[in-house]
Structures are given as C-alpha cells and as structure tokens.
Design a binder for this molecule. Structure first.
Ligand code: ATP
Ligand code: MG
Length: 555
C-alpha cells in the first residue's frame, strides 16, 4: 500500500512542482553540548530521510555558538551516532562557528541600515524593560545611538575592549511588538571564553536566532526543519533574512518526540551523568543513541520506530513500548538463538553415562533458515533455571517436579525422580532420568509433554554476568512530581539488576561487544562493551514479551 504523504512531504512536493525549488537540501543542526538522544534520532531520520527520498542532500551542522557549554567530545559523539544510525553527510560537515566572520558582517550590515544598535543595559534591566504579553516594552536609552557610534562600539566589542555583559548588540525592531521576540532581540553578546574551534579569536558570540537562519541561508538549505518551540521564532527568522537580503530557506516545524518513562532534555541527561545517577552517557538505561546502542537496540529498529510514529504538528507523548516493539521485531529476524541460564539449578541425569558428551543439533534461528545450525554439548550434569523446578507445584505448573516429564530443548525428555535441599531449605540439586529414545526431543510413542525448558551443560558452560535493565523512571511522565521535588525523585531504584552467577552455552565464547542474541525463553541480549572472553557481560535489550502488540490488539 502506498503511504500517504506527511505534511512536510506535501510542502516539498508542492515546492518541486511549482518550481520554487529544483532540489531538496536539509540539515541536521545539533548543538554540541551533550550526547544525542532518541528525539534527535527522530530528527536525523526525518532530515536525512527526506533528502534521500527526494534525491537531495543533508548537511551536518554543529550549532556551536555557546562556547561555555560545548566541547569536541560532544562533536565526536554526535558524528559517531549519526553514522551508526546509518546516515552520511559526506563531506558536508559544517559549523556555525565557520560563519562567525560572515555573521559579523551581517550584523554590521544591519547597523548600517539603522536596524541594530549597541545597548549598555544590563540583562536584568533589559528583562524589566521588555514589557509583557499585554503591555508594551520600554525603549532602551541607547536605542538612538548614531550608526557611526554603533559601528565603532561594535568593532570595539569584537576587539575585546569591554568585559562580559557590558554591552550587547540588539536589533532595532519594535518594543511594542505582539511577538515578544521582536522587542529588540539581542544579536550578539560579549563572552571572553575559549571556543572549542575558534579558540580565542572571538569574544563576542551571536545568539541562536541570529545564527541559525543565516547559517541555513549560507548553506542554501531549502527546508529548515525544526521542532515546534521555534514556531514563534519563524517570523524573526524571516525578518533577518529579509533585512539582510540573503537567500531565504523555509522553516517548517514539527512536534518533538516525547517518550514515556524517560526525560529527553540534554540538560537533564547531563545531570543524571554528573550526579552519577547513571554510569555514563552510554548507560544502557539512557535514552541516548549511544545508550540504546549499548543496550542492544539496532539502527534498523530505531529507523523503523521513527518511520512508524510519523510526524505531527501537535505535541504528544509516545509509549516507549512501541519502541521496544520495533526493537523486538528487528531482533527477532536477525538474532541467533542460544541457551543461557540466569538463575542456575543443577540437574543430574542419573541414568546418563558418566564422562560422556553428545553434540546436539540446535537451530540458530527458526525465522531464518540461512542462519543454519550449531552443535550444543550435552552431558550428565546440567544447569536449568531455578524457576523451572517446583517442590510443590500448583495445578497448572507443567515444568519439572517430582514425577513430571519435560523436554530439554534440542535434547531429551527427562523425568524428575528426586531433589536435594541445603540446610536453609533451598533446593540445590534435582535428580532425573532420561529416555534415550527421545534424542532431539521427539517421542517415538507419540506421548506428549507440556513443557520445553532450556539448559546448559555444567562442564561446558561459560560463566557470565548478566545485567537486567528496567525503565529509568517509575512514572510515565517523570516531570510529574510531588511539590518541591524534581524529576530525579521519580528515578526507578530497580532500573538495574546485576546477576553474577549465570551460565551461557559455549558457542558464546568469542561473542564480541554489540553482538545480539536471543536467550531462549528469556529475551534479547547484547554483549556489553566491557565484555571480555574471560569475563562475559550481557545486557538485556528487551524481554521476549511484547506488551505493545498485546495492548494494540486488545479491543
Ligand atoms: P534538548 O532540548 O534535548 O537539549 P535541543 O533541541 O536543544 O534538545 P539541539 O542539539 O539543538 O537539541 O537539537 C538538534 C536538532 O534536533 C534540532 O533540529 C532539534 O529540533 C532536534 N530535536 C531535539 N530534540 C528533539 C526531539 N525530542 N524530537 C525531535 N527532534 C528533536
Ligand atoms: Mg537547542
């Protein structure tokens, strides 16, 4: 079925049809003051996706106009994350700071047109004089400085003659304008601060509104796509372009992505890192792209998610289970199945020969025949999950208990005969007999068993640490807090559970970081970046159960 166009595609197709544009050129403009998150991924998929669809181009532009919060560490991580998501900006890697000289000239042009002035009011005074939505603001006493005086002062601002905050350059528009952003907005501020690229060349820096649209214009961006909060900025964006008489890109706004059970602002994510509430930006509980990557989410799943949620003109909040659904769907197709035991309980098969090992055939992925089969060693002593045995089973419990028969995955049918407890009363060993006629799990007499359980051979298994992740926050909307508290108070104290006594099958010996597996009956797991052959660590990506499809199909 042909998908209908979204509203941005409609605009683009109209522009191509009318001849307003002959090509599509978008950009992704992150500020390098933090790591990218799933919201950025949405914007990346949108910008790069549109260019791809219409045979156009997408620039990467680092919006680096705030030297105090920005860093090359962030630039590098941003580039890494975009590449990992599967997109390329080729050689079009730009920086707003590349345009500082041009932006300065643009400011001079506005001064010469009588549309900008140097103002000595302090930030507080300016805020006081700005007025309110219902009351006009007051004009600055410096508003009517002559063009020559403004040119002189502005060049001396650049030369570093004034301390931070002593002066600003403001646009001269209208202190009574109904759009507060038009009340003589600040264009440049003084900041004697080292910049990660321009170093100490500048001590004045342009404000976002004076840098963003102009950067779009310099790069000949056709459609400048941003989130809704910039809708009120659009008239100002257009005003600068018009006054500067430069190429006019079109700004189009869409609703930012919000997800349940997480926060997305970089400022808040930075706080989680700085206060050590998570281990790092790539903590698998973080909604960052690198966190999701470490957790085991795939680029294909994230791209599919972005596509599935589409774009909206109104703010909304997306259920995180939809993202998990996309992850599961992708992993189901691509991951090899393996056996791992998270809470081990020893099973001894009394009638199985001692010191004997069989290699059993196991299917790597029932969804994909081409992934083939592997051998799994089977022997007399196995580990199974503690939960797969019960001393006093309730009625509908079909797994092991004394007298019950179950199937070992890819192996034999075994029947429990007895068990052993330690002094604390905990079951520590289960004894069984096996039926040699049932190799591979088939029954020659056609008898049925209700349960199939997974296992590993004790002498062949590898020890592993397994990290189980849950939602980072307890509340759908972590911003909803009790009086006087903030989002931190909604952190989920059980978001990470580490299991250190787990065993995995020997085929995982050389599993490398970022490799994905399905642990049969348990969930999808991914090798952690700190994992080593002698110290295997797996992160649970998602459990097997998909609560989203359940919700979605329940009517
Ligand atoms: P944050 O508020 O998380 O710090 P930001 O908007 O300040 O994000 P930028 O680095 O300025 O972060 O964003 C780069 C691009 O990503 C912008 O075009 C922005 O609109 C877009 N973007 C940021 N957050 C989201 C989101 N949640 N959903 C969709 N797009 C987003
Ligand atoms: Mg921003």
């Amino acid at each position: 079925m042909e998908k209908s166009l979204n509203f941005i595609e409609e605009i683009i197709e109209e522009d191509l049809k009318s001849g307003k544009h002959s090509t599509v050129h978008t950009r992704f403009p992150p500020e390098p003051n933090g790591y990218l998150h799933i919201g950025h991924a949405k914007s990346i998929c949108l910008n790069f996706g549109l260019a791809k669809k219409y045979n156009g181009l997408t620039n990467l532009r680092l919006d680096d106009t705030n030297p105090t919060t920005e860093d090359t560490e962030y630039v590098d991580s941003i580039k890494n994350d975009i590449r990992w998501l599967g997109f390329s900006w080729d050689d079009r890697e730009f920086y707003a700071s590349d345009y500082f000289e041009t932006l300065y000239e643009y400011a001079v042009k506005l001064i010469k047109k009588g549309k900008a002035y140097v103002c000595d009011l302090t930030a507080e005074e300016m805020a006081q004089q700005r007025g309110t939505v219902t009351a006009a603001g007051k004009e600055s006493p410096y508003r009517n400085r002559s063009i020559d005086e403004n040119l002189d002062l502005f060049s001396r601002m650049r030369k570093g003659e004034f301390p931070d905050g002593a002066k600003v350059l403001r646009a001269k528009i209208d202190m009574a304008h109904s759009n507060m952003l038009f009340r003589d907005p600040v264009l440049y501020r003084i900041l004697h601060s080292h910049h990660h690229r321009t170093e100490n060349n500048w001590c004045i820096y342009p404000m976002y509104d004076f840098a963003h649209g102009q950067s779009d214009s310099i790069e000949k961006i056709t459609h400048s796509i941003c989130t809704l909060e910039f809708e009120v900025h659009r008239p100002l964006y257009d005003w600068f372009i018009k006054e500067l008489e430069i190429y006019a890109p079109q700004q189009i706004e869409f609703a930012r992505l919000n997800l349940t059970y997480t926060v997305m602002s970089k400022r808040k994510l930075l706080r989680l890192v700085q206060e050590k509430l998570v281990t790092s930006w790539d903590d698998p509980r973080m909604p960052t792209i690198c966190g999701m990557r470490r957790r085991g989410y795939t680029p294909a799943a994230i791209r599919h998610f972005a596509e599935m949620i589409g774009i909206a003109k109104r703010d909304n909040i997306i259920d995180v289970t939809l993202l998990e659904h996309c992850v599961r769907e992708d992993l189901n197709k691509i991951t090899p199945r393996v056996m791992a035991v998270l809470n081990p309980l020893k099973v001894i098969i009394d009638n199985y020969p001692d010191n004997f090992v069989e290699e059993l055939d196991a299917v790597n992925n029932p969804e994909d025949e081409t992934m083939g089969k592997r051998k799994v060693p089977f022997s007399k002593i196995l580990y199974i999950e503690k939960e797969d045995f019960m001393e006093n089973p309730p009625k509908k419990y079909y797994r092991l208990s004394v007298g019950k028969e179950v199937r070992l995955r890819y192996g034999y049918l075994i029947t429990c005969t007895s068990f052993l407890k330690d002094e604390k009363g905990e079951v520590i060993e289960v004894h069984c007999t096996y039926d040699p006629e049932t190799r591979g799990g088939t029954t020659p007499d056609g008898r049925k068993v209700q349960a199939t359980i997974h296992w590993v051979s004790v002498q062949h298994s590898l020890p592993a640490e397994i990290r189980l992740y849950d939602r980072l926050f307890c509340k759908e909307n972590p911003e909803e807090t009790d009086e006087g508290k903030d989002f931190i108070s909604n952190l989920n104290p059980n978001s990470l559970k580490i299991l250190r006594n787990c065993f995995v099958e020997p085929s995982l010996k050389n599993a490398k970081p970022e490799e994905h597996f399905q642990f049969e009956r348990i969930g999808y797991f991914c090798v952690d970046s700190d994992s080593k052959t002698e110290n295997l660590i797996f992160n649970r990506t998602v459990a097997l159960k998909d609560s989203w499809t359940k919700e979605a199909t329940k009517q």
